[in-house]
Structure formats: structure tokens, C-alpha cells
Design a protein around this ligand. Structure first.
Ligand code: FES
Length: 135
């Protein structure tokens, strides 16, 4: 998976905890912008990458919360997909079709920069899915 900085990060299935090599990172948001997610020619909503990057910059949280814009994460049927990751926890979100979904993700990231175990915004709770298909 390529990150915004062009670095290759670990495959998501191998991630058990944050292992970015930086002690200051407390959370990571992975936003899929692959073959399906954000592909308007397939009828999917555009992924607001510029909006997210601007929120990270405005909130000055890049050192605490990594933002990765990713190629396909696997579960394309859930387009658009994102993963909220904190130490020991991965929350998969799918069917992110509204700007308010991404606003909620940006809000979660802002809080996660300075708190642990930040609750998932209520607007996103119905978007949570199990990538292994158990939910
Ligand atoms: S393109 Fe996003 S999960 Fe496949």
C-alpha cells in the first residue's frame, strides 16, 4: 500500500498495532481510493482527498494521526472504504457516500491526536463492517 508520502506501508492484514516507526503517531486513518472506492465512472462517490489533507493540515495533526490514501484494500463491495486504526484496534468503515461521513472521520482523527479510545462518531456506526465477513 502506498502512503501519501510515497512510502510503502505494511499490508493491512498484518497490522496488529501501529508500527509506523514514530513514537508520536497515535492513530492512523486509511482511506481507500482504489479501483472502486471513489471511482465515479462506476457510480461511486468521489473520495474527498483534498478536503482530508486540508483538515489534517489545518488541525496540525499529521504527527499524531497518519493519513494514508490507499489503493484497493480488498472489500470493494463496501465502496467507499476507510479504516480507523488505533493501538490494538481496527475499525473498518464502508459505504462512505456522504461528505458528512468524511467530516466525521476528520473529527475522529482530530480527537484521536490527543486522546485514546475515541468513540466512533454516531453517524459512522452503521458503516462499520467486518472485513472477514462475520458481521
Ligand atoms: S477499491 Fe476500495 S476496497 Fe477495493
Amino acid at each position: 500500500m502506498m502512503t501519501m508520502s510515497g512510502k510503502t506501508s505494511e499490508p493491512l492484514t498484518d497490522v496488529k498495532s501501529l508500527s509506523t516507526g514514530s513514537d508520536s503517531i497515535s492513530a492512523r486513518v486509511i482511506v481507500c481510493n482504489g479501483c472502486c472506492c471513489g471511482n465515479t465512472s462506476k457510480g461511486h462517490s468521489e473520495v474527498p482527498i483534498k478536503y482530508l489533507e486540508e483538515k489534517w493540515e489545518k488541525n496540525d495533526i499529521s504527527k499524531q494521526v497518519e493519513l494514508d490514501i490507499s489503493d484497493c484494500l480488498g472489500p470493494c463491495a463496501w465502496h467507499n472504504v476507510a479504516v480507523l486504526e488505533t493501538e490494538g484496534q481496527q475499525i473498518w468503515l464502508g459505504d462512505l457516500s456522504q461528505p458528512s461521513h468524511y467530516e466525521a472521520i476528520a473529527d475522529w482523527a482530530k480527537k484521536s491526536a490527543y486522546q485514546t479510545m475515541v468513540e466512533i462518531p454516531s453517524i459512522l456506526k452503521s458503516n462499520i463492517f467486518d472485513p472477514d465477513g462475520q458481521d
